[in-house]
Design a binder for this molecule. Structure first.
Ligand SMILES: [Fe+2]
Ligand SMILES: [Fe+2]
Length: 260
């Protein structure tokens, strides 16, 4: 099974880039399952249901979220209804939505899990123990193919999660920092890994936002309106081939494609 995973999709430019690459690869039969991190899909802040529907129509089978999950109020209710939207699993048990979702596909069950780091991030429960609790359900429930989005700031925390889950899941990829790292690998026990997928959005920016406004904030310390930038729009992510019999990765390929 070929799985395409897109780094944080930022605003309109990110949604266009996602649709261009994911749509093309899916139509050409190059990918069987597509996941994108959509925490910045709505003008950089969270996601709305119409935008989620547009990303599903463009080829997404599941969308993961992150610390921006609550930015658009209307999504709060939708999270309980829409199994293709996955927010971090290590939030309070009373939070709306789900931390993992299992999908039936022609090549077997696929589980998508989201976790959030705790270093320089809003407080949350332990992501390592949250992963254990989900994986305890076993492969009869979850299937052999399990993809984990580790939404975190610290490189060490993401690598530690990759190593913790090595051999227990198919893929661990990092999101949130919006800059693709060059450490794509298959870990010793068979799990595909990349510290950060990068960003699907405007690269001529500071993490997708207009450079001038971000600089003004750093220089003055005053709150600024951060508009989504427009230049050098790219799709960034990872393409993973997983052996559906074992659940282990056999091939990883980083993707960076310039759209406009
Ligand atoms: Fe993000
Ligand atoms: Fe984030």
């Amino acid at each position: 099974m070929n799985i395409l995973i897109a780094g944080d999709i930022v605003g309109g430019p990110g949604r266009l880039a996602f649709a261009a690459v994911a749509g093309r690869m899916k139509q050409a039969g190059q990918v069987d399952f597509v996941i994108g991190n959509a925490e910045n899909a709505a003008g950089g802040r969270g996601i709305t249901m119409p935008l989620a529907e547009a990303l599903f129509a463009a080829g997404a089978d599941a969308l993961t979220l992150g610390d921006h999950v609550w930015d658009q109020r209307e999504i709060v209710k939708a999270l309980d209804r829409e199994p293709r939207l996955v927010r971090p699993a290590n939030y309070a048990p009373t939070c709306p939505g789900r931390g993992w979702s299992t999908f039936e596909t022609p090549l077997g069950k696929v589980t998508v899990m989201s976790l959030q780091g705790r270093t320089f991030m809003p407080p949350s429960d332990c992501p390592f123990r949250a992963a254990d609790a989900i994986l305890q359900r076993g492969s009869a429930d979850l299937g052999k193919i399990i993809v984990v989005d580790m939404h975190a700031e610290a490189t060490s925390e993401k690598i530690a999660m990759g190593r913790y889950l090595d051999g227990r899941v198919s893929v661990v990829v990092g999101t949130h920092t919006h800059v693709q790292t060059a450490d794509d690998a298959i870990l010793p026990k068979g799990t595909a890994y990349l510290t950060d997928l990068g960003m699907t959005g405007p690269k001529d920016s500071v993490l997708g936002r207009d450079v001038g406004a971000v600089l003004k904030k750093f220089l003055t310390g005053m709150p600024q309106q951060f508009e989504v930038a427009t230049g050098d729009v790219r799709f960034e992510g990872l393409l993973v081939t997983v052996d559906e019999k074992t659940g282990f990765a056999t091939k990883v390929k980083r993707i960076q494609e310039k759209i406009s």
